[in-house]
Design a protein around this ligand. Structure first.
Ligand code: CS2
Ligand code: MN
Length: 344
């Protein structure tokens, strides 16, 4: 198991010099940040790798190689974009990358109603309040942390297109994509790790499919090889009590299909809304110690990172991706893991 930390490249105020001072971090998760559907140049990939290595950190996980909407919709230049996606797998594998995280969420990556909700202790969190999301106009929405943004007209067009293909259309396009990319990933010995949908239910009337155990079983069944696997994200799949998250971790860990683990905690509210909390179990609805034990006791050897953190101690920056609370999360993960290793 290796604990890794997400870094948004040279423009990230959370610098590698700061990240390297977190005692348990040995690896960086990052990406080449350019518009979706472009080939990553060798020099761009080697530049981010060099920046990590110069700070004593390795770069073995990419998050994410974004998937173009044409691929998810199976239209337009989807074949060309799939070739580019394959090319990017080859490029990062040449730089020593072992795991690639991606997602298949239509239009919107993680979605929240508020990015700086003030908690009782004065820290701020990302929250998803259902009543506010219901009032939101999706065409005017862009959240920091998304790998792509679209104009209002593009968003309306995309939403309509997804409504037309529906869930089964999305499955069909996912299957086509997986069957195309997996032989390349296997040849490069890169583990592909799909990130579940966040939140794991349809939003704005468009389908979402990587949402629960039955669908993840169906997803894994699309390709019979261990390189075809998962990013398990506690805060995404765990934000509904309909998912027994710890049991899911045990099951997919035993199958050797979890390559990347995102750890964060959320507080589930009575109406099914949720608020992101500190990683520490008593702060939220998830038992982080139980979740880590599920990884530990089932032989997990992949990568783990603290996922979104709150903004604390007056820090400003990319919501969810400040330094302080994620560093606390990383050390909490490391502490539990060390105890599990040494004390059983
Ligand atoms: C985050 C995502 O929502 C989350 O849990 O981890 O931003 C995630 O990084 C991307 O969806 C991965 O493709
Ligand atoms: Mn996540």
């Amino acid at each position: 198991m290796k604990i890794t930390f997400r870094w948004y490249g040279e423009s990230d105020p959370v610098t590698l010099q700061k990240i390297r001072q977190i005692p348990c971090i040995s690896d960086i998760t990052t990406a080449v940040y350019k518009p979706v559907g472009e080939v990553w140049d060798d020099c761009e990939v080697s530049a981010i790798k060099k920046a990590c290595n110069d700070n004593g950190l390795s770069m073995e996980v990419i998050e994410s190689i974004p998937v173009h909407e044409d691929i998810k919709l199976g239209r337009g230049k989807y074949k060309e974009y799939i070739e580019i996606f394959k090319e990017n797998i080859r490029k990062v594998s040449k730089a020593g990358v072992k795991c690639v995280c991606y997602n298949f969420m239509p239009v919107f990556d993680w979605t929240r109603s508020n990015l700086d909700w003030v908690n009782e202790d004065g820290s701020t969190s990302l929250v998803y309040h259902k009543s506010d999301v219901d009032k939101m106009d999706p065409t005017k929405l862009t959240l920091p942390g998304w790998d792509s943004s679209y104009s209002p007209d593009e968003v309306s067009g995309l939403i309509k297109a997804y409504q037309e293909i529906g869930e089964e259309g999305l499955w069909k396009n996912l299957e086509y994509f997986i069957k195309e990319i997996m032989p390349v990933a296997i040849e490069c010995d890169v583990n592909m790790a799909i990130h579940p949908d966040d939140p794991p239910w349809p939003i704005f009337g468009i389908p979402r499919i990587i949402t629960n155990e039955a669908n993840i079983d169906r997803f894994l069944g699309l390709y019979d090889d261990k390189h075809h696997g998962l990013t398990m994200c506690s805060g995404s799949l765990g934000c509904t009590t309909a998912n027994d998250y710890t049991e899911m971790v045990k099951k997919y860990c035993k199958m050797g299909r979890i390559h990347f683990a995102h750890i964060r905690n959320i507080k589930i509210l009575e109406d099914g809304s949720f608020e992101e909390s500190g990683h520490y179990s008593p702060c939220g609805s998830l038992d982080i110690a139980e979740i880590l034990k599920a990884y530990h006791d089932n032989g997990f050897t992949g990568y783990i990172r603290p996922d979104h953190g709150r903004m604390i101690w007056g820090e400003t920056g990319k919501p969810g991706y400040g330094l302080y609370d994620r560093a606390l999360g990383a050390m909490y993960i490391a502490g539990i893991w060390e105890a599990l290793d040494k004390l059983g």
